[in-house]
Design a protein around this ligand. Structure first.
Ligand SMILES: Cc1cc2nc3c(=O)[nH]c(=O)nc-3n(C[C@H](O)[C@H](O)[C@H](O)COP(=O)(O)O)c2cc1C
Length: 413
């Protein structure tokens, strides 16, 4: 017999991120849900991001006093209530009115950082002002460097703590399930138009009274009147710079005085280059399976990256995290923090700020419970001794890993 999920709208009745996902599926028209959900091409990367967690099991300790439990961590010298934050997701205003502010406010209320995507529908200054809390901002390296410099100056004036440069998107990945909804770029087919009519709750919240939300940070980059999704998508496509190299990161390093983080590293050699470029942190990421298909999961390479650069910069990662226990597996392998993409977007899509807050609350309680069951009351004491690999697929056997590092170091010398 098929098991039945809760079918209502009260986000408090969601017990897992999967429950929020099911609620998001019901509230959003198909084309919006697919924008969030899908991965590139055969979605092998997307699957790998989830499958990797099943290969790592916990080895708990027993008869440990776990009456008081602590999951807070220090990130760049300041406390974060939990070892995770909300990562950048562009165009969140399509899921819920002023989605960026709702996500940022949920993060601030929970005492965790929020990373604003530069393709937001609320201006960065307004997000910082209305949400409070720790706000970081993600940017792409646009061809028009002066625009990027201007954006960085605005971010600095607004009090943005860290700039996160996404480096895995010099070429657009192909999300085929997303594309199938359109007859031409951004022109929905009749089935999807009809589907929008069947979602009046979403339409009243997102479309009324101005229609599709517009991008709010790209004013200087887009030609006048072109901040619509269509205008922006065309211009952004032309603006993403496939000639990007580490030199530009050094240029940005000289320009930006606060924390600088690179998002999109997958492996120890690039992590070492990031150290050399003088950045403060990296986010191991395959963009949630939305760019290169058949890529490794950040979890696959986390141990070798930590071994090479741990202590020299902050090592964060994202991709596939839907449970508190999964976040703890990453922390046990040496990560400083985890970024969430879809998990909090499902919450936002299911119920705005309350939904995003519920997503965070679910993960925080899962982490708290798992620490108790592991016999590890303080997250600072969590290490790989609490884990066992079920199948020796990753990381690579020591000897081969070491040989590769020797080779990489020779390359870098
Ligand atoms: C709807 C959506 C929009 C995204 N937009 C951005 C973006 O604007 N900038 C960026 O660096 N990453 C973006 N990402 C990637 C996320 O920051 C993150 O790398 C990824 O979602 C992590 O995987 P997860 O969704 O499985 O947690 C987006 C992801 C999703 C799902």
């Amino acid at each position: 017999m098929e098991r039945r999920l809760y079918s209502g709208r009260d986000v408090k009745r969601a017990h897992s991120i999967d429950d929020l996902r099911a609620m998001a599926r019901r509230r959003l028209p198909n084309f919006c849900f697919e924008y969030v959900e899908g991965g590139a091409e055969d979605e092998a990367t997307l699957r790998r991001n989830r499958d990797v967690f099943g290969e790592i099991a916990f080895l708990p300790r027993t008869l440990v006093n776990v009456e008081k439990r602590n999951q807070s961590v220090t990130l760049f010298g300041a406390r974060s209530a939990s070892p995770f934050m909300i990562g950048p997701t562009g165009y969140s205003g399509l899921m819920f009115r002023e989605g960026d502010v709702k996500l940022a406010s949920a993060a601030a209320a929970a005492g965790i950082p929020f990373v604003l995507s530069n393709v937001s529908t609320v201006a960065l200054e307004e997000v910082v002002r209305r949400a409070g809390g720790r706000v970081w901002m993600q940017v792409y390296m646009y061809r028009t460097r002066e625009f990027l410099a201007k954006l960085a100056r605005r971010a600095q004036a607004a009090g943005i703590e860290a700039l996160v440069v996404t480096t895995d998107s010099a070429v657009f990945g192909k999300r085929e399930w997303d594309l199938r909804n359109y007859i031409a770029p951004l022109k929905l087919d009749w089935r999807n138009k009809f589907d929008v009519l069947r979602h009046p709750r979403w339409a009243a919240n997102v479309l009324w009274p101005h229609g599709m939300p517009r991008f709010a940070n790209l004013g200087d980059l887009l030609p006048p009147g072109q901040n619509s999704v269509k205008g922006a998508t065309i211009t952004l496509g032309q603006q993403l710079d496939p000639s990007l190299s580490w030199d530009e990161i050094r240029w940005l390093r000289d320009l930006w005085p606060n924390r600088l983080i690179i998002k999109g590293v997958l492996g120890a050699p690039d992590a070492l280059r990031a150290v050399q470029a003088g950045v403060d942190g990296i986010v191991l990421s395959n963009h949630g399976g939305r760019q290169l298909d058949s890529a490794v999961s950040p979890m696959d390479v986390l141990p070798e990256v930590v071994e090479q650069v741990g202590g020299k910069l902050s090592v964060m990662l994202d991709g596939g995290f839907r449970r508190g226990s999964e976040i703890l597996k990453a922390i046990a392998l040496g990560a400083d923090a985890v970024l969430l993409g879809r998990a909090t977007t499902y919450g936002l899509s299911a119920g705005g700020q309350a939904g995003a807050e519920r997503a965070i609350e679910i993960l925080q309680t899962e982490i708290d419970r798992t620490l108790g069951l592991l016999g590890c009351p303080n997250i600072a004491g969590l290490d790989s001794g609490y884990l066992r690999y079920l199948r020796h697929a990753s990381p690579l056997p020591q000897t081969r890993t070491q040989a590769r590092h020797a080779h990489d170091e020779a390359l870098l010398a």
